[in-house]
Ligand binder design. Structure first.
Ligand code: PRX
Length: 648
């Protein structure tokens, strides 16, 4: 049984939720009157232009509606309403990789966003409901652009800057975006890199049919090509616009953004989040899970291209009127003390990062944190993948000084915000467990029919009631939305949201996430569909068949591993290299394969379906428990197993 760490008493005394009794009381309130619980929160937390008349509308399940009739604008929640009391408070503290800093107070953020919103309207003709793709580095203009879209009711779709031109093209086309906002480039590991040429390529290779306008923020002033009449420089235009802009009055259920994420099959899906429910949960979880206080400085290291960057770098901190830190570069530049130095200098109070970064910094410099004053820290957070007890203990002792609670937050792009997580002043924490669901979140571990799974056994992690920040749709594909999330599990005969994750209760009732049950892998906390990687490597002329699986990796959590059947014998090193060239082109460097195994054939059922579970088990070094007798050729499994042993 792993050790339990009780909350820090002094911290708990001042925390919003101070003990497990208070936590249980909130859970009880939500259990007894679900709509009343959420309705009260929405009334208290959100600054409505017009009040809502219904809390939850289930008439068209699973297309649930929250707070119908209510009118608001998310930027009023995030900026406008703070001007009375926080106009000179830092909203964003930005640090460039080269050490340069920009501090943007709420009033200036307001003006920046207004000018940007006017530019979108006046110069590019963007209106409510139009889609705008952002392909941006980690600079404040990325946040300005998101908020400018929200101000005028346009729907942003941020595409992570590490995705390739082809991936960008697919997302522009799927969202039918009218405009791409990008930057000339940025800095990474001390060297400049360019983003704009990727946009050129995406447009030239097919997206130009859909999107005919590009706005370029100059960040590093490298030479880039500009297409006359299509490409415009932000820096030249922004100050020509007025700094006043009325917010668009939005319905509670008007879409706020799309964010593409990987599924187990097919192309990435445009996860749609709507206005009121999303911002309510972003704010509530910021306040309660990180317990941020008025003068605190909050730092989430996630890139703005992922959901964590949306909710806990931009929307959540700003919604509650906090100070959010944005860092442009990598953690080990110019040295492995970079992040610890930033915590010391900026007096960071809450720090939120991914286990993969913790493992990397632990490995590179186990004693490095002791050289810095990290005493400002109050709460530490992790997200994106399971954290191994070793990394947890190092984080707890060396970064948190044994004094800071760790909130291991389990959630997903689709959930909008935290779902299962400790509350820092209340929950006794355990390394490797995300502990318990937040009050109002009906997370259950069960079988497909809704029967609870016994302690210690793996089951499906489901959320059995809708919640305000849940995914509303897959852009343009409602049938896929229903099938992907509400097609697998039922409770009381009614379809419920299945997360795609397996989980179990331990003997103390704590939730342990056991990982994805589908063909989605989690590499360095980045979610990837094996089907997408297979589609890319299938384009290699020498590949006859392949199957991609995740394989445990000491730093990345999971690495990408491929079994391939080749048409003609080929040197493995050169094959791996050429496969990765294709992957980088079609998806981006984050999906690169770590290793391959050339095999004579793949295990298939008689109907020709590849038995991927067997391949996953081999790559994980697990015993094969599946029945192989139904395979077309069972001997292939033994062959693959013995070839696999030759790899190490
Ligand atoms: O498998 C779970 C894992 O990450 C998946 C969601 O990935 P994504 O949509 O990219 O969002 C990541 C950031 C919220 C989940 O299905 N995951 C996320 N957080 C945890 C986790 N696995 C274990 N522990 C966590 N704390």
């Amino acid at each position: 049984m792993s050790q339990i760490f009780e909350p820090n008493r002094a911290f708990a005394k001042e925390a919003r939720i101070k003990n497990m009794c208070e936590y249980k009381e909130l859970r009880l309130q939500a259990d007894e009157d679900y709509e009343g619980y959420w309705g009260k929160l929405a009334q208290e937390k959100l600054d409505w232009f017009e009040p809502f008349n219904t809390v939850l509308d289930e008439s068209n399940a699973p297309f649930y509606k929250w707070f119908s009739g209510g009118k608001l604008n998310v930027t009023h929640q995030c900026i406008g309403r703070h001007l009375k009391t926080r106009k000179n408070k830092a909203a964003i503290i930005w640090e460039g990789e080269d050490g340069s800093r920009r501090i943007i107070p709420y009033l200036l953020l307001y003006y920046r966003v207004n000018r940007f919103a006017n530019l979108l309207k006046n110069k590019f003709g963007i209106k409510k409901g139009d889609r705008v793709v952002l392909y941006m580095p980690m600079i404040p203009e990325a946040a300005f652009a998101m908020l400018a879209c929200a101000k005028i009711g346009a729907i942003h779709s941020v595409v992570f800057g590490g995705f390739s031109a082809e991936a960008l093209k697919d997302r522009i086309i799927d969202a039918e975006a009218k405009l791409v906002i990008t930057a000339d480039g940025a800095y990474r590991r001390g060297t400049p890199y360019l983003l704009k040429p990727m946009v050129d390529k995406a447009l030239e290779e097919g997206a130009e049919e859909i999107c005919k306008q590009v706005l370029v923020v100059k960040r590093n002033f490298e030479h880039i090509d500009m297409v006359e009449g299509r490409d415009f420089v932000y820096n030249d235009l922004i100050n020509l616009e007025s700094q006043h802009c009325e917010p668009e009055v939005m319905d509670a259920e008007d879409p706020l953004f799309l964010l593409y994420t990987s599924g187990s099959t097919g192309k990435p899906k445009g996860v749609q989040h709507n206005s009121a429910g999303y911002i309510l949960w972003a704010q509530y979880t910021m306040e309660h899970v990180f317990d941020v206080k008025e003068n605190d400085t909050f730092w989430c290291t996630a890139d703005v291209g992922w959901i964590t960057g949306h909710t806990y770098l931009v929307y959540g901190p700003l919604a509650m009127g906090a100070t959010t830190v944005m860092y442009e570069g990598v953690p080990q530049h110019p040295n492995i003390g970079r992040w610890w130095n930033m915590i010391e200098e900026l007096r960071i109070n809450q720090f939120y990062t991914a286990p993969t970064a913790i493992r990397l910094l632990h490995k590179l410099g186990p004693d490095e944190p002791s050289k810095y004053d990290l005493s400002s820290l109050k709460v530490l957070g992790t997200v994106g993948e399971p954290i191994n007890p070793d990394a947890w203990m190092w984080y707890y002792n060396e970064i948190g000084g044994g004094r800071c609670p760790i909130v291991d937050t389990w959630w997903q792009t689709e959930t909008g915000g935290h779902m299962i997580t400790p509350l820092p002043g209340a929950t006794p924490i355990k390394p490797g467990s995300a502990t318990f669901p937040l009050p109002g979140i009906m997370a259950e571990i069960m079988d497909e029919e809704g029967n609870p799974t016994p302690v210690g056994e793996k089951g499906f992690l489901c959320i059995t009631k809708p919640w305000p920040s849940m995914i509303r749709n897959i852009w343009g594909d409602p049938a896929r939305f229903e099938k992907s999330y509400f097609g697998d599990c039922k409770k009381d005969g009614k379809p419920v949201y299945f997360t795609g994750d397996g989980a179990m209760y331990d003997e103390d009732g704590y939730i342990i996430i056991t990982g994805r049950t589908d063909d989605v892998i989690n590499v360095s906390g980045h979610r990837m569909g094996t089907a997408e990687i297979e589609a890319a490597i299938g384009d290699h002329p020498n590949i006859a068949e392949m199957a991609v699986v995740g394989r445990p990796d000491p730093i990345k959590g999971e690495g990408v591993f491929a079994y391939v059947v080749v048409k003609n014998e080929e040197d493995k090193t050169s094959l791996l290299k050429s496969l990765n060239t294709i992957i980088i082109k079609e998806i981006g460097p984050i999906a690169k394969i770590d290793d391959i195994l050339v095999v004579p054939g793949l295990p298939k059922t008689r109907s020709g379906k590849i038995m991927r579970r067997i391949l996953r088990s081999i790559a994980k070094g697990e015993a094969i428990t599946q029945d192989t007798s139904t395979l077309e050729d069972p001997s292939v499994v033994e062959e693959i197993e013995s070839l696999y042993k030759t790899l190490a």
